[in-house]
Design a protein around this ligand. Sequence first.
Ligand SMILES: Nc1ncnc2c1ncn2[C@@H]1O[C@H](COP(=O)(O)OP(=O)(O)OP(=O)(O)O)[C@@H](O)[C@H]1O
Ligand SMILES: [Mg+2]
Length: 327
Amino acid sequence: MLLEVRDLHVEFRTRDGVAKAVNGVSYGVDAGETLAVLGESGSGKSVTAQTVMGILDVPPGRITAGEILFEGRDLLRLKEEERRKVRGAEMAMIFQDALSALNPVLTVGDQLGEMFTVHRGMSRKDARTKAVELMDRVRIPAAKQRVRQYPHQFSGGMRQRIMIAMAMALEPKLIIADEPTTALDVTVQAQVMELLAELRRELHMGLILITHDLGVVADVADKIAVMYAGRIVETAPVHDIYKAPAHPYTRGLLDSIPRLDQKGQELYAIKGLPPNLTRIPPGCAFHPRCPMAQDVCRTDVPPLYDVTDSDAERGSACHFWRECLHG
Ligand SMILES: Nc1ncnc2c1ncn2[C@@H]1O[C@H](COP(=O)(O)OP(=O)(O)OP(=O)(O)O)[C@@H](O)[C@H]1O
Ligand SMILES: [Mg+2]
């Protein structure tokens, strides 16, 4: 396994008390594989990713347990200097908002080139050539001219391509894309997603794709991890989950995807709100919103049950996964 996160716990000290943002997350991704991480706002998707990248704000954040194995090495045990070498060269992150991730006072050529002058000791001239190559590669038209422009001179979709180019520059083994297309309009979203999937294939990278959008996941992901209140509640190969979810929360997410054949009908929404992370409900954290909840759900935290039916690995943290799967 390229990356393996094991039983990760992260909390934040807030004025309200300790917010338990990540509560025992385990997931993994192999070279050439795409893992999609799904879940409502506040479920801990980004905090988990930031912890993997080593960019968590500490404090207020605190990693209280877990391991992050990257090619077998626990990143949480590395010194900051070693960690910095991993970042950028071995793993890179793509954010939702390119405008704030890019430096507004440097041309995109200088920013892309910096990857090569700083990390690879290249001359400025060679780095500039590399920058143009990268811009071509992410299909920015007229790269040779546009390499001299500043981030604000690009459209949102083109800026996102530049951020992808930055992330790809050193050919990392792992890319984490945190809602990379959320700020774009729908057609541009699809193009950027396609580009990302294509580069992932070419470079045989592992990709962790964080998204709210179950709609985009089917086309690009190999497997899915669904998060709720800082835990993984379901994990499965992508096609299995669309066929039959094994957790009522996943079912709720699937039922809330707009469908063309149901135009005009009212869209299903999971009732209620995700919990306050300083006061996560006892038992299954989802029970107050769950249409299937029974007494046991209010008292006993469900483990991630092995739900494997074919040869693919599957897990569900629901006491009633059987009923959900076959119901
Ligand atoms: N710097 C911080 N200080 C305090 N709490 C934080 C901090 N960063 C994140 N949190 C809390 O951790 C929880 C998980 O946040 P996270 O950003 O991982 O959610 P998410 O699943 O990525 O949501 P979204 O879909 O909105 O991006 C949230 O309740 C958030 O308020
Ligand atoms: Mg997030």
